[in-house]
Design a protein around this ligand. Structure first.
Ligand code: SF4
Length: 417
């Protein structure tokens, strides 16, 4: 095997598709000229990420040379740390979305999405970088042709695959109080300006679900990217959109002028906690009416919507639960496919991290923040919100996900069905 490897991870989701963390696709030729690609199947279940044997039992086919690792999730980064310790004769270089750097000293890497244990000593043979692959190798961002070899020894040619196509690595809004993306350095912002959609020519007969990576679709992307996406029976797209007025206007314009050739699209939207008071508190920059407008547009245009809602707030009032009830009653039927419930996680460098408390979560040397802990009275209000959602879901035709987790956090686990 070549002494230089470019490691990418993949894992099989519960729904049966392969999630490919294809971080070297934008620099395929550059990497191909220097070494071999090597795919590693990784653990998809979040609770197993905290078991040491998940990492120590995973083999690496080389013991010397250089391994570049594309790290999309924190378990990938921890794998880099474990391999560097297991193979002292190997040089390990890890970069990718989860290794993104925080603004500060340009000569030093400070992580954006987590913190380092103060006493941590990294192995000398491990380099973690917030640079893109192109920046690391000194070529312009997005100057190569996007390419991907799906590993045939692992993935059947007819299996559905989830692949990523990056639009940018930022969010033009950047203000939500539970999000740390605003801490990213401006000089490492990268944005694709030429959309060639090379995934259209992939040698793979199974369904291709393409994640259009950006923190939040801008009105410009909605106007310029959505109408030009390749349309085919085996192509689907997923992306995230903040339900702001400018985005809604752009989306309405696109769907009105597009006709039947609209690509199969699933939009992830942040419902967060649909009361205007709570949305303002979060600095989300939207109202409940804006979210309902997104649902109306998507429902009429056949765009699937996956909503995301956060529970665990410590400042809910009865009126917020009533606002949620109003929102659910107003929601168009069958406009939202699923609602993912999550308990509020306080990520480092966020306002939530300053204002809440909870038990710290670590993965090896990486401090990941905490799940928030709140008073009994606030748990009851959060649970009342969950009860309303459960009551409305069958009437409005959406599936609830993550229910048991939030019920466990709000203290009613014994009553969970
Ligand atoms: S819209 Fe999304 S990515 Fe942007 S700041 Fe808010 S939570 Fe973060």
């Amino acid at each position: 095997m070549h002494p230089t490897l470019f490691v990418q991870f993949l894992s099989r989701s519960r729904r049966g598709w392969w999630d490919l963390a294809n971080g070297f696709s934008d620099t395929y030729d550059l990497c191909r000229n220097q070494g071999d690609f090597h795919w590693v199947v990784h653990e998809p279940e979040g609770d197993k990420w905290y078991r040491e044997d998940t990492y120590t039992s995973r083999p690496l086919p080389v013991d010397k040379g250089t391994v570049y690792m594309s790290v999309s999730y924190i378990n990938h980064l921890y794998q880099a740390y474990v391999w560097a310790r297991q193979h002292p004769g190997l040089k390990v270089v890890a970069g990718g979305p989860v290794a993104a750097a925080r603004a500060g000293d340009p000569g030093a890497w400070t992580p954006l999405y987590f913190q380092l244990r103060p006493d941590v000593v990294f192995p000398d043979n491990l380099t973690i970088t917030g640079l893109s692959v192109e920046q690391f190798f000194g070529v312009p961002d997005f100057s190569g042709t996007w390419k991907l070899d799906i590993p045939r020894e692992i993935v059947d040619p007819g299996a559905p695959v989830y692949i990523s196509y990056t639009l940018d690595n930022g969010c033009y809004w950047g203000r939500c109080i539970y999000c740390n993306i605003k801490e990213a350095p401006e000089d490492l912002f990268r944005r694709r300006t030429h959309m060639a959609y090379e995934f259209d020519r992939l040698d793979h007969t199974g369904k291709k679900i393409v994640r259009l990576n950006t923190g939040s679709m801008t009105p410009g992307y909605i106007r310029e990217v959505l109408p030009t996406l390749p349309v085919a029976d085996d192509l689907e797209y997923r992306t995230f959109m903040r339900c702001a007025r400018a985005e809604n206007r752009a989306l309405q314009k696109v769907v009105s002028g597009h006709g039947p050739e609209l690509p199969a699209l699933t939009l992830g939207i942040g419902v967060e906690f649909p009361s205007d008071r709570m949305l303002a508190y979060m600095d989300k920059g939207i109202t409940c009416a804006d979210i309902l407008e997104t649902l109306r547009i998507c429902g009429q245009a056949g765009i699937r919507v996956n909503g995301n809602m956060i529970l665990g707030w410590n400042n809910l009032e009865e009126e917020d639960v009533e606002a949620l009830e109003w929102f659910l009653a107003e929601m168009p039927e069958n406009a939202m496919s699923s609602l993912q419930l999550r308990w509020l996680h306080a990520h480092p460098y966020t306002l939530i991290h300053q204002q809440y408390a909870g038990k710290p979560v670590f993965l090896g040397p990486f401090y990941l923040g905490f799940k928030v802990e709140i008073s009994g009275a606030q748990k009851r209000l959060n649970q009342a919100a969950v009860d309303r959602i459960q009551a409305w879901a069958p009437r409005k035709g959406f599936r609830i996900e993550g229910l048991n987790n939030v019920i466990a956090q709000s203290g009613k686990a014994e009553n969970a069905v």
